[in-house]
Design a protein around this ligand. Structure first.
Ligand code: SF4
Length: 209
């Protein structure tokens, strides 16, 4: 896990913690994470803020008209599908969870529009509990580093749950997303990588020699 320690030291200041995540409201974190699918962070942040001025809780989400909801979230893309999922979600939360967002991974995964990445993010950001949020950056980099040999993010999450010490679970996403965007991108900028990481990187050794 040495590479993560190096990254922590180098990148922690740049870690992405949005205003919404800072609030630690399970409802807001869940909704904005659903909105964020295939959308840029800046767009999600802006749309979420606008939405939460009108929709502050599950009851508001139940009451709002589908068409108005679609208009409010339009910039995030796939807005029709997302709005429909949000309405279904509000109904399920009200009927099955007393209007609250559940704090268990398995329960979150039963909700419409919620996949493993979203569920883990909610567990980590809203409930400050242990989740491992694996997106394409985490999946790609962990494979390049040889921590895992997996085909998709879900398999990577399962492997990391076995191999990764718990103290890294919550931070791995933030660190590797920033690193994956800036340096270890799909076409990696190895020459710009931190020397301490590059000299320990099996992927670099393979392409450099
Ligand atoms: Fe990624 Fe290249 Fe750095 Fe290895 S050396 S971590 S492949 S950028």
């Amino acid at each position: 896990m040495e590479k993560i320690e190096i990254l922590k030291e180098k990148l922690n200041k740049n870690a992405v913690v949005t205003e919404i995540a800072k609030e630690k409201s399970p409802f807001k974190v869940l909704i904005s994470t659903i909105l964020s699918a295939r959308t840029k962070d800046e767009v999600t942040e802006e749309v979420s803020k606008r939405l939460f001025e009108k929709v502050k809780n599950v009851d508001d989400l139940l009451k709002i008209d589908l068409e108005e909801l679609e208009k409010l979230i339009y910039p995030v893309g796939f807005y029709r599908m997302k709005a429909k999922n949000l309405k279904k979600l509000a109904k399920i939360l009200k009927e099955n969870y007393n209007g609250k967002v559940p704090n268990e991974l398995d329960e979150l995964l039963k909700l419409p529009g919620v996949g493993r990445k979203t569920a883990n993010l909610v567990i980590t950001l809203a409930f400050d509990d242990y989740g491992i949020c694996v997106d394409t950056h985490v999946h790609r980099i962990c494979n390049r580093w040889g921590y895992v040999e997996t085909e998709n993010p879900e398999e990577t999450e399962m492997e990391l749950r076995k191999k990764l010490p718990k103290k890294y679970w919550k931070i791995i996403n933030n660190l590797l997303v920033v690193f994956g965007r800036e340096i270890c991108s799909p076409t990696p900028k190895c020459e710009e990588c931190f020397e301490e990481i590059r000299e320990r990187c099996p992927y670099y050794k393979k392409i450099a020699y």
